[in-house]
Design a protein around this ligand. Structure first.
Ligand code: GDP
Length: 296
C-alpha cells in the first residue's frame, strides 16, 4: 500500500531536503511533482488542487524560504497538510450509547462488508469483551444470511436466527429487540449490497437507519477500486450520513489515493482497515503513520 506514492514523493523530498537555499520556483517545481504523484496514486483532482494550494501558501512564506533549512521545512509543511487531510488521530468506534449499540454496515456488494462485519464482531467480542449479535439484512442474495451464520460459528458470535420471508427493516428491528432483551452490548447489521448504487438500496438503508438509530454507520469500501470508491462514499454520505469508513483490501497494491480522497470528500474518518481475508486481519487506521509512510 502507498508504495508508489512513497517512492515518488520520497525522491522529490530527498532532493528538497538536501538543498540549502530555495527559491519560489524550486518550491513550485517540487509541488508540481507532488501533484503528479498524488494524481497517479488515484487521489481525486479537486482534493489534489486544494492540497497543493494550501501547501503553496504556507511553503512560499518568507520565513520558510529564508530559513536555514528551507527544504526540510517545506517537507514538514507537506507532511502536516497530508496528516490534516487524512485526519489528525485514530478515531475509535463510538459505542457510548444505551446498549445495544447498533453498528450498521453499508456498501456495495463485494466490498468486503460481510467479512468486515465478522472481523469487527470478533474484535469487539475477544478484545473488548462485548456481547455481540450479528444479523444479515440481505434477503436478496440467498446465501448471504447463511454466509454470516457460518462466519458467526467460526468466531463464536451469535447470529440472529433466520425467519423465511422476513424483510430487512423487520429483521433489523427484531435484532435490536433481541439485543435489548438478551443483554447484548452490540448489534451488527449487515445490510444488503448491490453491484451499483440504486435508489432502492438507498431507500432500504435509510429505512433501516430510521428504525434502528445506529451508533455507527460504517461504509465498507474496497481500496482497490480507487475513484469509484470515492464516488460511492460521497453518495452514501449524502444520502444516509456516515460515521466512519472501513477500507478493505489495504493489503493489496492499492495506491492509497482512495483513502486520502475519501476522507477529504466526506469528512468522515477512516476508522478501520482490512488487511487480508482472515478474520483477524483488521487494524486501526492511523493517519499520521500513513502520512509519514507516504513521504518515506
Ligand atoms: P460483501 O459482498 O461486501 O459482503 O463482500 P465479502 O465480505 O463477501 O468479501 C468479498 C471477498 O473479499 C471475500 O473473498 C473476502 O475474503 C475478501 N475480502 C474482504 N476483506 C478483505 C481484505 O481486507 N483483504 C483481502 N485481501 N480480501 C478481503
Amino acid at each position: 500500500m502507498f508504495d508508489s506514492l512513497q517512492d515518488r514523493l520520497g525522491s522529490v523530498f530527498d532532493k528538497l531536503k538536501r538543498r540549502g537555499a530555495l527559491s519560489e520556483a524550486d518550491v513550485t517545481a517540487a509541488l508540481r511533482e507532488v501533484r503528479v504523484a498524488l494524481l497517479e496514486a488515484d487521489v481525486a483532482l479537486p482534493v489534489v488542487k486544494d492540497f497543493i494550494e494550501k501547501v503553496k501558501i504556507d511553503a512560499v512564506g518568507q520565513d520558510v524560504l529564508k530559513s536555514v533549512t528551507p527544504g526540510q521545512m517545506v517537507v514538514k509543511i507537506v507532511n502536516d497538510h497530508l496528516s490534516e487531510m487524512l485526519g489528525a488521530d485514530h478515531v475509535a468506534l463510538n459505542l457510548q450509547v444505551t446498549p445495544p449499540a447498533v453498528i450498521m454496515m453499508v456498501g456495495l456488494q463485494g466490498s468486503g462488508k460481510t467479512t468486515s462485519t465478522a472481523k469487527i464482531s470478533k474484535r469487539l467480542n475477544e478484545k473488548e469483551r462485548k456481547k455481540v449479535l450479528m444479523a444479515s439484512l440481505d434477503v436478496r442474495r440467498p446465501a448471504a444470511q447463511e454466509q454470516l451464520a457460518v462466519l458467526g460459528a467460526q468466531i463464536g458470535v451469535r447470529t440472529l436466527n433466520v425467519v423465511p420471508g422476513e424483510q430487512p427493516v423487520a429483521i433489523a428491528k427484531r435484532a435490536v429487540q433481541t439485543g435489548a432483551l438478551e443483554g447484548f452490548d452490540v448489534v451488527m447489521l449487515d445490510t444488503a449490497g448491490r453491484l451499483a448504487i440504486d435508489e432502492e438500496l438507498m431507500a432500504e438503508v435509510v429505512s433501516v437507519r430510521d428504525a434502528t438509530k445506529p451508533a455507527e454507520t460504517l461504509l465498507v469500501a474496497d481500496a482497490m477500486t480507487g475513484q469509484d470508491a470515492v464516488n460511492v462514499a460521497d453518495t452514501f454520505n449524502q444520502k444516509i450520513g456516515l460515521s466512519g469508513i472501513v477500507m478493505t483490501r489495504m493489503d493489496g497494491d492499492a495506491r492509497g489515493g482512495a483513502a486520502l480522497s475519501m476522507r477529504a470528500v466526506t469528512g468522515c474518518p477512516i476508522k478501520l482497515i482490512g488487511v487480508g481475508e482472515k478474520l483477524e486481519e483488521l487494524e486501526d487506521f492511523h493517519p499520521s503513520r500513513v502520512a509519514s509512510r507516504i513521504l518515506g
